[in-house]
Write a protein that binds this ligand. Structure first.
Ligand SMILES: NC(=O)c1ccc[n+]([C@@H]2O[C@H](COP(=O)([O-])OP(=O)(O)OC[C@H]3O[C@@H](n4cnc5c(N)ncnc54)[C@H](O)[C@@H]3O)[C@@H](O)[C@H]2O)c1
Ligand SMILES: [Zn+2]
Length: 384
């Protein structure tokens, strides 16, 4: 019997050269007053001017929330929701990385309701769409513009938690490579590796299906072929453009499948030690892939056949090893920290890390190789 698969996507996606110019077309029936969600880094980078110019051409009425927190806690996200509720704005334009887009998603489902972000931690299905969202990613990236997820840190748990509800899927997305043109190299590298993790984790997830495989493998190929040049060369607009599209594809893959042990073990590193999401994933990528390799060998070999069929590997084991090595090489090349040492995490933190990591069952259950507490301990020890 055929199985049933569902693929949920944003309402409309505008991509390619000057895609931002389509903003008016997307927003024309959304109301008169916009709220622009963004953060200080974006504002200072000058990326907002073309967005404001487009809004001026529409009704000209908008409020700006430009102090949103990076990798927000649930309470910081709540502050943004409260401010949005008071603003009287009718829809949201989110211009930023995952932090901004996730905050915007939460505001979009809480705007007319009495319950809070904290309520959604335990009951995410309460969320229903209150106002529309247009997502304009400025990193490539989290893929948050495609997913139904909003990730917040929960301080008392020292963990990041994903709130997942289809009502948070964006109504419109604009992928314009001009928004990532001047992304600082270290942020481009970390966010690019985040997208790489999304692609390979979704491709090797127990939840994968034909839809997620299509997007995950395409994203994986594009990221592996473009990430180094896109990060090294400020003028490499074609590679940057490919990264933006690939991170969106990887986000679609998350929606249809799910990430696995890299993301699960990464959440405590963000929640307790405030290591940037892409950086903690990059530190974990190679150790987790090596751990997963025996269970994922056939999948890695498939990725090899797609990516580098002429690279000389013959057996499944050789192909799989090539893929694992290539991922390790990318992280090395991009000069992202490869251990927890520089973040002040030591062996005394190990028990708490293992306990917190093992709590992320939502993602651990997707991992093709079971991760026991002893395994988590070994992996964390390896990166200390
Ligand atoms: N919702 C999802 O599906 C999903 C998926 C993965 C990660 N996330 C979450 O997203 C957050 C991380 O998002 P991120 O990695 O995009 O980083 P971010 O949004 O936290 O941004 C990092 C920094 O980069 C700056 N920045 C962003 N774009 C810039 C640009 N074009 N030019 C100059 N500076 C720029 C920002 O101002 C900020 O200081 C984490 O909280 C993570 O958990 C969400
Ligand atoms: Zn991620």
């Amino acid at each position: 019997m055929q199985k049933k698969y569902v693929l949920k996507m944003p309402g409309a996606v505008y991509s390619g050269e000057n895609a931002l110019d389509s903003m008016g077309e997307i927003l024309k029936d959304w109301g008169t007053k916009a709220a622009v969600f963004t953060d200080r880094g974006i504002r200072e980078s000058g990326l907002l001017s073309p967005v404001f110019a487009q809004l001026e051409k529409l009704s000209g009425e908008y409020v700006i929330f430009d102090e949103l927190a990076a990798e927000p806690t649930c309470d910081q996200a709540q502050d943004a929701v409260d401010a949005f509720k008071k603003s009287g704005a009718e829809f949201i334009v989110a211009v930023g990385g995952g932090s901004v887009m996730d905050t915007a998603k939460l505001a979009s489902v809480l705007a007319t309701d009495d319950y809070s972000v904290r309520d959604l931690l335990d009951h995410p299905y309460m969320a229903k769409k209150c106002v529309k969202t247009l997502m304009i990613p400025t990193t490539a990236g989290t893929g948050a513009e495609a997913t139904p997820n909003a990730i917040v840190a929960v301080p008392e748990k020292e963990l990041k938690v994903g709130i997942v509800n289809d009502a948070m899927i964006a109504d419109g997305v604009i992928l314009d490579a001009r928004m990532i043109k001047s992304l600082p190299g270290s942020i481009a590298a970390a966010t690019g590796v985040d997208a790489l993790c999304h692609a390979i984790e979704c491709f090797t997830s127990k939840k994968r299906n034909p839809f997620s495989d299509t997007f995950a493998l395409q994203a994986f190929e594009m990221i592996v072929k473009n990430i180094e040049k896109a990060c090294d060369d400020p003028g490499a607009m074609e590679e940057k453009s490919n990264m933006l599209l690939a991170s969106f594809y990887a986000g679609v893959a998350i929606t249809a499948s799910g990430t696995t042990a890299v993301h699960a073990l990464s959440y405590p590193l963000g929640g307790k030690y405030h290591i940037a999401h892409g950086v903690s994933n990059a530190i974990l990528l190679a150790p987790v892939m090596k751990f997963n390799e025996p269970a994922c060998r056939a999948r890695f070999a498939l990725a090899y056949d797609r990516l580098a069929p002429d690279a000389g590997a013959v057996t499944e084991a050789e192909k799989s090893a090539w893929i694992v090595r290539r991922m390790e090489e990318i992280v090395e090349h991009l000069n992202i920290p490869r251990s927890l040492k520089e973040f002040g995490v030591g062996r005394e933190d190990l028990d708490a890390l293992v306990a917190a990591g093992m709590e992320v069952t939502r993602l651990l259950v997707n991992n093709m190789r079971e991760v026991t507490p002893e395994d988590a301990r070994t992996i964390y020890l390896e990166i200390m």
